[in-house]
Design a protein around this ligand. Structure first.
Ligand SMILES: [Mn+2]
Length: 313
């Protein structure tokens, strides 16, 4: 008898992207770990070597579920979530030890077709957490969906679909969201709590948050410098500080997405010329000399795409 000695057991490491990961990666890694622990005898670990970004505020870190420490072992097998582009994999992974990939970023489906031994699910959907939720339901292990695990999954769906208002949001995301609210007995205003917590993190260093995320690129008739910030509403937004960040740029715009209203507030600088160009691009009159409001929000990448397409006409 070999009591206490574990034979033929692997560590299965659930991980995600490198450098920075968001709430979708964080929550899906934890929830998938809980599912595999309920269905599998291996040692299941959810770990990252990346930094958690502002979408994982203390509100989330204080829930009862957390990530594990990375374990280095030759026999580790790896599952990758929320990433399928091999250039972005967590640095701890060994490429020949990958057993499964689940992602919602498209583009690498064919690449993975060449590796039939790796189980791959890549679907264009709002959040990887929606896919994990569906796996939990299909497995019949709904008992693992307690309030805290539901909150993790809900927060990820809210973040990745921008309060379920982004165009990438599917019916499956809506379904997962509403069922998770019920299963976890989570309040319908949890979205406010979650987004406010993220905003508080951003507002700790408002200027840095804008500067670190600037796109400086000449696209069509857009100003060359474009910032973006996603907030619940304008309550904590500091217009003075925003103007300071852009003071040195002759032309700029800042896409402030208001999740509650579902609108983009496009602040800009650069005078009448920029004003006219933006009015032309969006086919909409400005509110005043520094603001244009879009009734349905657009992400910066969508605005840049629109400007590129307009250019080619
Ligand atoms: Mn994601």
């Amino acid at each position: 008898m070999l009591h206490g000695i574990i034979i033929n057991m692997s560590n299965i490491i659930i991980t995600s992207g490198r450098r920075y990961i968001d709430i979708d990666a964080y929550a899906s890694m934890i929830a998938y770990r809980e599912l595999l622990r309920a269905t599998n005898d291996n040692n299941i670990i959810a770990s990252t070597t990346a930094t958690l970004n502002q979408s994982v505020p203390p509100l989330i870190l204080n829930l009862k579920y957390n990530l594990d420490r990375p374990i280095n072992n030759e026999n580790n097998k790896y599952i990758l979530l929320d990433v399928s582009n091999p250039s972005f994999f967590d640095e701890q992974i060994k490429p020949n030890k990958i057993i499964e990939i689940i992602d919602h970023h498209t583009g690498f489906e064919q690449y993975w077709d060449a590796y039939p031994n790796i189980k791959t699910q890549i679907e264009f959907i709002g959040s990887v957490c929606t896919l994990i939720y569906e796996k939990i339901i299909q497995s019949g292990h709904t008992e693992i969906l307690d309030t805290d695990l539901c909150k993790l999954l809900i927060a990820a769906i809210l973040d990745n679909t921008l309060n379920l208002k982004a165009s990438i949001t599917t019916d499956r995301d809506h379904k997962a969201y509403s069922e998770l609210l019920k299963l976890g007995n989570v309040s319908e205003i949890f979205y406010k709590e979650y987004f406010s917590a993220c905003e508080s993190e951003i507002m700790k260093d408002f200027e840095k948050a804008i500067k670190d995320d600037l796109k400086i690129e000449k696209v069509g008739i857009l100003p060359e410098v474009i910032g973006q910030m996603i907030v619940l509403n304008l309550d904590k937004f500091n217009h003075e500080k925003m103007n300071e960040v852009f003071a040195d740029y002759p032309e700029w715009m800042m896409n402030v997405i208001l999740l509650e209203e579902g609108k983009s507030y496009i602040y800009f600088g650069g005078g009448d010329d920029v004003k006219q160009r933006l009015e032309q691009l969006f086919n909409k009159k400005c509110e005043n000399d520094n603001l244009l409001i879009l009734d349905k929000f657009l992400l910066r990448k969508q605005i840049m795409k629109k400007a590129r397409n307009t250019l080619s006409i």
